[in-house]
Design a protein around this ligand. Structure first.
Ligand SMILES: Cc1cc2nc3c(=O)[nH]c(=O)nc-3n(C[C@H](O)[C@H](O)[C@H](O)COP(=O)(O)OP(=O)(O)OC[C@H]3O[C@@H](n4cnc5c(N)ncnc54)[C@H](O)[C@@H]3O)c2cc1C
Length: 384
């Protein structure tokens, strides 16, 4: 392989792959390296499905980025001739007067995003398989839905290769010293030189840059379940149920309809314990199964005893409040860091790649919310 590039991107998850795409569009030579391969089972982007929604409560920045990402995903799907989006609709479940829903309703309207208010009786009528006694108000985004995450990232990396990006399986070692980084070394003792380096290493970023990121990115263990509906029952497919977020429940359950017959997906969006992305056990805990069954019994009785047909243990890579990290490394003048997807980053892959490539190429002003300097060591989630 050639060993001297304009750009080396380390990490072929959704952030790294989209960044490599935009850098390559500038005419530069780009190498993309990943320790375990694109969309691997340890990576956050390796999940089967990720929700794409525009609703972010009052948060304009992420609503805008989600809206911006939609046509960019669409262009990519058209280019590769495969559609990795399922328009399931996304339903927010809450209560009247909830500021998150109220402000989100207003913001979606301002952005021209289709949305529909559903009262409790309407929710019960449309989705009788679900029981949300505590919910008085729902906001449905009918145009939103679900991305087939792993397959989309893998297709994007194939597309990168078709477009001249060199893609390599290699574990990059933590860079040493500082100043201008001339090259990186891999665990196989290979050396790759580049003008600029982008580290898009998800939950591994604190391992690569412990001095800077050990207290700034917190990988947490997240357990995901797929349940098998009863034979012949199609009530949990996208024709009969949207993706939904039980927003006002303290454990923040969310669900994705049964897509491609993998089963009804459900998980809890509260942060789990600290997690090692290389060695952490990917087997779900008995306590999590009990917790899930208790929720099902109350909310989705038809699935309370349904078999668990598949499980995933994935990790979030949280910043203190959920804002992404997209900034230059303070010790190197040609090293950029991107990560901190914090459980909501996948949908934004195109917008992240577009922004970061513009920053690296010197065309875009910095967004203060993505700065390293703004990242605190406490955990106080604010982005939902
Ligand atoms: C359970 C779960 C549910 C989620 N739900 C949603 C959702 O519904 N909607 C949404 O938008 N987002 C969601 N997210 C968040 C989203 O998946 C992540 O924000 C996003 O995938 C992060 O992408 P990334 O590229 O930063 O990291 P990753 O996908 O983890 O990629 C990092 C890559 O870096 C590689 N790497 C690491 N270290 C090295 C090294 N030293 N050398 C070479 N390569 C290296 C890894 O192998 C990996 O492939 C969810 C996340 C989880 C875990």
């Amino acid at each position: 392989m050639k060993t001297n590039y304009d750009f080396a991107v380390i990490g072929a998850g959704v952030f790294g792959a989209w960044t490599a795409w935009y850098l390559r569009q500038s005419g530069a030579s780009v190498v993309l390296l990943d320790a375990y391969g694109p969309g691997n089972s340890r990576s956050s982007s390796g999940g089967e499905t990720r929700i794409l929604r525009a609703g972010y409560g009052p948060d304009e920045l992420y609503a805008r980025w989600a809206v911006r990402s939609v046509p960019l995903w669409r262009e990519f799907f058209d280019r590769v001739g495969s559609d990795f989006f399922r328009r399931t609709g996304v339903l927010w479940l809450g209560r009247d007067g909830d500021p998150h829903l109220t402000q989100m309703w207003e913001l979606l309207g301002r952005f021209g995003i289709s949305r529909e208010k559903l009262r409790a009786a309407e929710i019960g009528k449309r989705y009788p398989q679900l029981r949300f006694d505590d919910v008085t108000l729902g906001v449905l985004e009918p145009e939103s839905g679900v991305l087939l995450a792993r397959r989309a990232v893998q297709a994007l990396v194939s597309d990168l290769q078709q477009n001249g990006v060199v893609c390599v399986t290699a574990a990059v070692l933590p860079p040493q010293d500082g100043g201008t980084l001339a090259h990186i070394r891999t665990s196989a003792q290979e050396s790759v030189a580049a003008g600029f380096f982008v580290f898009a290493c998800g939950a591994w970023l604190p391992k690569l840059f412990p001095d800077v990121l050990a207290e700034r990115i917190f990988p947490t263990r997240q357990e995901v379940f797929f349940l098998g509906p009863p034979a012949g029952n199609d009530n949990f497919r996208q024709e009969k149920m949207p993706a939904w977020l039980h927003h006002t429940h303290p454990d923040r359950p969310y669900a994705v309809p049964d897509i491609e017959n993998r089963g009804f997906k459900i998980a809890f969006d509260r942060h789990g314990p600290e997690f090692d992305p290389d060695q952490g056990s990917r087997v779900v805990s008995a306590a999590a199964v009990d917790h899930l069954r208790a929720y099902l019994k109350q909310r989705i009785p038809a699935l309370q005893d349904a078999p668990i047909v598949e499980t995933r243990v994935c990790q979030y890579e949280n910043t203190w409040n959920g804002d992404f990290l997209i900034d230059r490394h303070p010790g190197f003048d040609n090293v950029w860091l991107v990560g901190g997807g914090s459980g909501h980053g996948f949908k934004h892959g195109p917008a992240v790649g577009e922004y970061l490539s513009s920053r690296v190429l010197g065309h875009a002003p910095p967004e203060p919310r993505f700065s390293l300097a703004g990242k605190q060591a406490q955990q106080l989630r604010k982005v939902y």
